[in-house]
Design a protein around this ligand. Sequence first.
Ligand code: C2E
Ligand code: CA
Ligand code: CA
Ligand code: CA
Length: 279
Amino acid sequence: AKRLNKNNYRTYGSSIQQTLEDRMKLELSLRQAMSKNELSLFFQPQYAVEDMELVGAEVLLRWNHPERGMVPPDVFIPIAEERGLIGEIGTWVLDEACRQWKEWQTSGIALDQIAVNVSARQFAHGNIPQIVDELLQRYDMPASALELELTESCLIEAPQEMFNTLSELRARGIAIAMDDFGTGYSSLSTIATMPVDTLKIDRSFITNLTIGSPNEKIVTAILMLANSLEMQVVAEGVEQKGELDFLRSKQCHIAQGYYMARPLCVQGMTALLRERAET
Ligand code: C2E
Ligand code: CA
Ligand code: CA
Ligand code: CA
């Protein structure tokens, strides 16, 4: 560090400055994004591995910024969490997802289930059960049509209170999924007592998954574990036929990923649902 010359130091310093300014600008425009209709939902289809029936979709938030174009959720969700905007945004996502489900249902092309990502902060601060109750009532939607995804790391750190809330939601028929499973260092005993219905195997374990591959044993073990705990398994990030074939040979229940379908805009998802209804 001693040897850093003036120029290097300056470059380094100004790039930090840049990042801070960038984040502040993003935060400001994020505050306006909702009223300016810049947020929208995409839907990634989920398929039953056995027969490739469309069984649901994961709801993915998109921000179309007027100057920057599409800002990925990995960038703006953390800012929203830090700056206390996640409650408002998360509620909007839940509302819009349920509203859309109802629209499809009214058209006779409803999905069995939609899965909505809920962040740890959103869950901790918000009155999720109340919000969800209200939405299910407003859109006359069965609880079983809604799944909430929480990451494994957020669940491991969860206080008892959160477990109670999750159990409450499950008791009403709402499904709870553990997202990014395999990346959060859960102990076996915690997994067994987690109030969850579904394990979503993280994409990193699915990549290049074939017989004899390094991930084969891990995925096989996760599937066996989930089976004995009577949990459903969703494999995410399936990009190749070989990965899907492997998952089928191991009786994995559900898969999603670019190999089957990329996340679709509302029009794209509606077209897919229409096509399914017609055949
Ligand atoms: P995630 O929950 O793990 O969501 C899956 C991400 O993987 C999505 O990225 C999706 O587009 C991408 N993906 C799906 N299939 C494939 C594939 O086959 N290959 C590859 N390489 N990627 C695939 P996206 O939409 O950029 O979302 C990133 C993360 O942002 C999500 O990760 C989720 O944690 C968060 N997120 C998205 N929407 C919301 C939201 O409404 N609320 C909250 N709290 N978080 C959200
Ligand atoms: Ca599901
Ligand atoms: Ca997810
Ligand atoms: Ca994930």
